[in-house]
Every structure is written in structure tokens, then in C-alpha cells.
Design a protein around this ligand. Structure first.
Ligand code: HEM
Length: 255
């Protein structure tokens, strides 16, 4: 298990090729050894290249991916409308009046951007990423890690690495803001993994999260149905992931 920002950076990026294999474990047996996530070596490289090309072609650049994501966000808002007959008229007014947010707005919404990042950091969706496999005998930090060994990049440890965060142990958007309130990137934001096997869907996921989040908050105010102190916001553990809990809430259209 590789833990902490520096060790993950040294191995996943510095020794990227050596650590680029994918280990097999029971959950991955459903893939029958196929697919970009579960393969290693030449086969994986080819699939990763083709998948990346397909994802790029799918959008023909970022703009049309964004348009498709926005369409989905609009559908989501439509879904809310259907469920809430009583407020349908108000929603129609809001949808009719406001423009949709776009990724260009991100730079002018540093606090919103910081909140989305902080949610992802706290969520810790993939605490151990997806296990890697050593491609050859490799020495790191005085340890010899033999070929074939399963390696867990402990992403959780980086997301709360005290050397890397202002306030690692609680929800604080300031972790992504500088003294002037501008958005500040942090290399320890590794929710999508690091190096050669890092998530292929990161760009798409980031656009989706930004547009869904801003569109929903643009059109609705969310209120809990119980006092906030009664809500447990810690993620639940589910297999090798961390999942958000489910909550009842009021989605109140904004005027
Ligand atoms: C918030 C959403 C997402 C998060 C946090 C996430 C996170 C991750 C992580 C941690 C890994 C493993 C990295 C490693 O092995 O070191 C991964 C792999 C991968 N993800 Fe995602 N992911 C997300 C969304 C997506 C989406 C939307 C897609 C597809 C469009 C996608 C496609 C993939 C693929 C294909 C791999 C395997 C890459 C490889 O093995 O070379 N992910 N993701």
C-alpha cells in the first residue's frame, strides 16, 4: 500500500511505467479480463489510446461535450418539474428567465468551484483507487517490489495529507482558495488517481459536476427535511468505494 502525497507522486508518476499494471481481484472478474480498466501492458495501452480518442471524438472538443452535459442538466431540472406539480409554474418562470451556466463561468465562480472540489475531497469516492500491478521488479524508497505484486495507491491518505492541506480533516472550501478568495489548485487533489492509470473520464466528470451543481443551485434552494444537526454527511463504505448517503430534501424553486 502506497501512502501519502510524496510516495504516490514518486511511484505513480516517477515510476509510472513500472506501476502501470492492473491487478486482478474478484470484483474485476465481471470484466472477464477485457476493457481498459482491467488490462495491462500492450493491450491496455492500445485500449487507453482508442478510448481517449473516442471520448475526444464523442465531443469533437470540449464545447459539444459541454452542450450534451447541459442537455442532461436540463433534463434533470425537467424531472424535478414533473415531480413537483405544485411549483411547476415557478420553475417554468426560472427556466425561461435565466441562461444556463457554462464551464467558462467556472473562473468567475471560485467559491462554487472550491465547494465542488471540497465535496469531492471529503467524499473520497475511490479511497484505494483501482489496484495496480507491478510490471517489473522495482526498487522504491529502499523496498524492492517484485513484478506481479498488487499495489494499492492509497488516495485517501493524500486527500488528508497534513503537509498538503490547510484544513485536512473537515469540510472547508478554504482548502482550495488563496488569501484573496481566488481558486487555488492543489496537487494533492488526487480523486481521479495519478499518473499513467489515472481516470480517463476526468474531463467529462468535471464538466458534469460543475454544470449539474451550478444549474441545480441556480434554479433551486435545497432544504433538509430534518434539522441539519441530525444529518450524517460522512460517506458510507461500499465495496472498495465511498458512497454518499441518501437524503430527503426540499428542492425549492428560486424566484
Ligand atoms: C467523479 C467521477 C470519477 C472519479 C472520482 C473517478 C476516479 C477514478 C479512479 C480513482 C480511477 C483509478 C486510477 C488508478 O488506477 O490509479 C479511475 C479509472 C478510470 N476511470 Fe474514472 N472516475 C470518475 C469518472 C469517470 C468517468 C465519467 C469515466 C468515463 C467516461 C471514467 C473512466 C475511467 C476509466 C476508463 C478508468 C481506467 C483507466 C485505466 O485503467 O487506464 N471515470 N477513475
Amino acid at each position: 500500500i502506497i501512502s501519502g502525497y510524496q510516495a504516490l507522486k514518486d511511484t505513480m508518476i516517477g515510476l509510472g511505467e513500472e506501476f502501470s499494471g492492473r491487478a486482478t481481484y474478484p470484483l474485476l472478474m465481471i470484466t472477464l479480463g477485457y476493457g481498459v480498466l482491467s488490462t495491462s501492458g500492450h493491450r491496455w495501452k492500445e485500449m487507453r489510446r482508442v478510448t481517449l480518442m473516442t471520448l475526444k471524438n464523442f465531443g469533437m472538443g470540449r464545447r459539444s461535450i459541454e452542450e450534451r452535459v447541459r442537455e442532461e442538466a436540463e433534463k434533470l431540472v425537467e424531472m424535478f418539474k414533473k415531480c413537483k406539480e405544485r411549483v411547476q409554474k415557478e420553475i417554468d418562470e426560472v427556466v425561461g428567465q435565466d441562461r444556463w451556466s457554462s464551464v467558462e463561468d467556472r473562473q468567475n465562480l471560485p467559491y462554487t468551484d472550491a465547494v465542488i472540489h471540497e465535496i469531492q475531497r471529503n467524499m473520497d469516492l475511490a479511497p484505494i483507487a483501482v489496484p495496480h500491478k507491478m510490471m517489473c521488479d522495482t526498487e522504491y524508497n529502499g523496498y524492492v517490489i517484485p513484478k506481479g505484486v498488487m499495489v494499492f495507491p492509497l488516495l485517501s491518505s493524500v486527500l488528508i495529507d497534513p503537509k498538503m492541506w490547510k484544513n485536512p480533516n473537515c469540510f472547508d472550501p478554504e482548502n482550495f482558495l488563496d488569501a484573496d478568495g481566488r481558486f487555488q489548485k492543489n496537487d494533492a487533489f488526487v480523486v481521479f488517481g495519478m499518473g499513467k492509470r489515472a481516470c480517463l473520464g476526468e474531463a467529462l466528470a468535471r464538466i458534469e459536476l460543475f454544470i449539474f451543481f451550478t444549474s441545480l443551485l441556480q434554479h433551486f434552494t435545497f432544504k433538509a427535511t430534518v434539522p441539519l444537526e441530525e444529518l450524517d454527511t460522512t460517506p458510507t463504505k461500499c465495496s472498495f468505494g465511498c458512497m454518499p448517503r441518501t437524503y430527503d430534501c426540499y428542492a425549492i424553486p428560486r424566484k
